[in-house]
Design a protein around this ligand. Structure first.
Ligand code: GDP
Length: 134
């Protein structure tokens, strides 16, 4: 079925620091996604507490907040056919060590914590994240 979906990509502080912005956006553009909106900013603790509410009780929650506030990020709203599934595959598994070698995490990361990129994981979350970040 041909189904256009909107989703949010966040190029995390490690990706920003390592000057991967162009390379990563290029991967999404080459795949065929359209960029709807793009901006750079340093995320607040407040917005991260909302965004990662499903991880709030984890022992590593503070580590995520420290990492995600450690520098600027690039936030991109994208759209594409079967967008979420295709974009999550392009990102690779959360644990970069297990990510497909052709994926973004598989190419540029080795660990579960500093994994370069966020991609919305459902249509519903894509819509919520669009409102949250734009
Ligand atoms: P995602 O949708 O693939 O990003 O996965 P999750 O929603 O489960 O996790 C959100 C983010 O939390 C991940 O992308 C990692 O940056 C971070 N994270 C997940 N698991 C761990 C962990 O065990 N330790 C640490 N320090 N960070 C983690």
């Amino acid at each position: 079925m041909r189904n256009k979906e909107k989703f949010i990509v966040i190029l995390k502080p490690d990706g920003f620091r390592r000057k991967l912005i162009g390379k990563i956006i290029n991967r999404f553009e080459e795949k065929g996604f359209d960029i709807l909106d793009i901006k750079t900013e340093t995320l607040s603790v407040k917005i991260l507490e909302e965004h990662y509410v499903h991880l709030k009780e984890k022992v590593f929650f503070q580590d995520i907040v420290d990492y995600m506030t450690s520098g600027p990020v690039v936030i991109i709203a994208m759209e594409g056919l079967n967008g979420i599934e295709a974009a999550r595959m392009l990102a690779g598994s959360t644990n970069s060590a297990q990510a497909d070698p052709g994926s973004i995490r598989g190419t540029w990361a080795l660990t579960i914590d500093e994994n370069v990129i966020h991609v919305s994981d459902s249509v519903e979350n894509g819509e919520h994240e669009y409102i949250r970040f734009f």
